[in-house]
Every structure is written in structure tokens, then in C-alpha cells.
Ligand binder design. Structure first.
Ligand code: AMP
Ligand code: MG
Length: 322
């Protein structure tokens, strides 16, 4: 069975094609800026402009035509309304024109399932660290439950907002990673509240320190050390609580080598294993949407209401395919 998956929750318009358990295409086009952040309406225009080319590219990469596609899936939730709407309209149109069934997908769960497929992890805790989302997720009692999460913005948003404040463009995470290589540690707030984390106060503090003349390098280094330690602390407690021995990283921030190193160390210390899927599925992508589409469809899930659900939560979904 061949599924074509469309991703458009935020900055990336992606089209992935999965045949059985194999990714046969994963094309994407990401909205970027030289300076300043991402306005949803600009990202939406970006998706409208590039969608035709990205679909064409994916079909060429997979060496198939729309006639070969058995199922279309799209990211239905959660995300920016402007962006989700483009993917949903494209998916509905392709489905109607070609008479192919359509299924709506929760983006956070797609990150988890592609991580399991590509790493071989069986029953992991997922540290999902992306732009808008930061959640610690694990399967318990028929759902992927959120054991800890950000109380305000996603960790990637923190990196991007601070990078923007320092006059760097979007995405800021990779730029902060490069600056951090030359920095030394200065104390910044550490905000873990129970199983949750909070980044708003840290952002304010970083901006104040930057205005006082503390270097970009030192602030970037200290930012990474502090917020990644917060994420790893909560992930470790979720693993202990659920008695799980595997950690999978997901989301664009998980491309960060320092975060990967900290995850490895923590897992080593508790006789567990840390898994990092390849970068092209850590960042937002269509292949994970296609893969979860196949999993759900084959388990009998059908989507009647194809309207977007920008605020849907990971634990709103009944997991019937595990
Ligand atoms: P996503 O929303 O999952 O596609 O992830 C996008 C986020 O990942 C943005 O906030 C980026 O700044 C961040 N990001 C991408 N690469 C890196 C990196 N190497 N280190 C830290 N953050 C990164
Ligand atoms: Mg994501």
C-alpha cells in the first residue's frame, strides 16, 4: 500500500511517500528568513507558492504517479491555522480529484511513530522538542500520554526568539548551536515545575543579559546547557515513572548534537538506550505523516471530519494501532 503524506503545521511544506514500511520520497520546502521571525501569513503564502513543486518532486523521487497512490494523509493537528489550512485544502483536492481515501493525522504522534519505525525502539519515551511543541510522551493505557510539557512556548521558539533578538534569522537553533561552541557558562534560571518546563522567564532573562553586554557566545552556550538539562531531567523522570528503557528524540531541536549527547549520557547512567532518528525526519516532514497514515488506515481508522484542529492534544487520540 502506498500513502502520500502532507505536512504543513508551521514553517515546512512537506510531502512524503511511504510504501509498506519504506520511505520512497520525502520532499520539503521550509520557510526561512535572513533576519526576523516567521509570520504565519507569510508561511502560508510560502506553502501556497511551493506546494505544487514539492508534490511533483516527491512523485518523481518515488518514481510513481498519483494513480499509484492508495491513500492520502495530512497533518490535521496541532499547528498554526494559516499553515494547516493549506495542507488540508491540498490534501482534500488531491483526494477528490483522484478518488483516493483521505486520513487526518496528529503531527506529534507522527514524530513518535516515525522514530519507532526508523530506530527499532519498541516502547519508548519520546522527548519531542520542536519549534512550537515540547512534550515528553509515552504510551500508557491506550493513549500516548503527555508526562511533561512546556507551560508556555516550545523550546525551539525560545531558541528562535532569542536568535531573532540577537539579530539572527529563522531558524535560530542551528545559529545558537554554532555560537555556543565558543561560549562559556554563565548562570541563567532553571525552570522545571513538577514534570513541566517553562521558558518565558528564561527568554526575558537572556534578553536582559544581552542588553547588558554579555556575549552572544556565552548566552548561547548557557542557554543550551540549561534548557537541555531541564528537558533531560523531565525525560529521565518519565522513564523512571513508566519503567521504560528507551528514549527516542524527535522535533527539530533534537538535531542538536549537544542535546543528543546529554540524552545518551542520561540513558547510559540508567542502563537505558537513547535513539536519534535521521535529521530529515526529526524536522517536520511528510514521510512521518504518510507512515502514520498507513498505520492508522490499516488499523481501521477513517477520518470523517477533515477540518483542521489547531489545538488538538496528543492524548486526545485513541491509539488503536499499537
Ligand atoms: P520543527 O518545528 O520540529 O521542524 O523544528 C524546528 C525547530 O528546530 C526550530 O525552532 C529550529 O530553530 C530548531 N532547530 C533546528 N536545528 C537545530 C539545531 N541543530 N539545534 C537546535 N535547534 C534546532
Ligand atoms: Mg514537529
Amino acid at each position: 500500500m502506498i500513502c502520500l503524506g502532507i505536512e504543513s503545521t508551521a514553517h515546512t511544506f512537506g510531502v512524503g511517500i511511504v510504501k509498506d514500511k519504506q520511505i520512497i520520497a520525502n520532499s520539503k520546502d521550509m520557510f526561512v528568513t535572513e533576519t526576523g521571525g516567521m509570520k504565519p501569513v507569510d508561511a502560508m503564502d510560502h506553502h501556497v507558492d511551493c506546494c505544487k513543486d514539492v508534490i511533483k518532486q516527491a512523485l518523481e523521487e518515488a518514481k510513481i504517479t498519483m494513480k499509484d497512490v492508495d491513500l492520502i494523509s495530512f497533518s490535521q493537528s496541532p499547528g498554526l491555522g494559516h499553515c494547516l489550512r493549506v495542507g488540508a485544502v491540498v490534501a482534500r483536492s488531491l483526494s477528490k480529484i483522484n478518488n483516493i481515501p483521505l486520513i487526518g493525522i496528529n503531527h506529534c504522534i507522527a514524530h513518535l511513530e516515525i522514530g519507532k519505525l526508523l530506530t527499532g525502539a519498541k516502547d519508548p519515551v519520546l522527548l519531542y522538542a520542536s519549534g512550537a511543541n515540547t512534550q515528553i510522551i509515552a504510551y500508557e493505557g491506550g493513549k500516548y500520554r503527555i508526562f511533561g510539557e512546556t507551560l508556555d512556548q516550545g523550546v525551539g521558539n525560545l531558541l528562535d526568539s532569542f536568535a531573532r533578538y540577537m539579530g539572527l534569522g529563522f531558524p535560530g537553533g542551528p545559529k545558537i548551536y554554532e555560537l555556543a561552541k565558543k561560549g562559556k557558562f554563565v548562570e541563567i534560571p532553571y525552570c522545571v515545575k513538577g514534570m513541566d518546563v517553562s521558558f518565558g522567564g528564561i527568554l526575558t532573562f537572556l534578553k536582559q543579559q544581552y542588553d547588558k553586554g554579555v556575549s552572544k557566545e556565552d548566552l548561547s552556550f548557557s542557554l543550551q546547557e540549561t534548557v537541555f538539562a531541564m528537558l533531560i531531567e523531565v525525560s529521565e523522570r518519565a522513564m523512571a515513572h513508566c519503567d521504560k528503557k528507551e528514549l527516542v528524540l524527535g522535533g527539530g531541536v533534537a538535531c542538536n548534537k549537544r542535546l543528543q549527547e546529554m540524552a545518551d549520557k542520561m540513558c547510559e547512567g540508567r542502563n537505558a538506550k537513547s535513539f536519534v532518528p535521521p535529521n530529515d525526519v526529526l524536522v517536520d516532514n511528510g514521510a512521518m505523516i504518510a507512515w502514520l497514515g498507513l498505520l492508522e488506515y490499516e488499523a481501521g481508522v477513517r477520518t470523517k471530519d477533515t477540518s483542521i484542529k489547531p489545538y488538538e492534544r496528543t492524548d486526545d487520540i485513541e491509539v488503536c494501532w499499537c
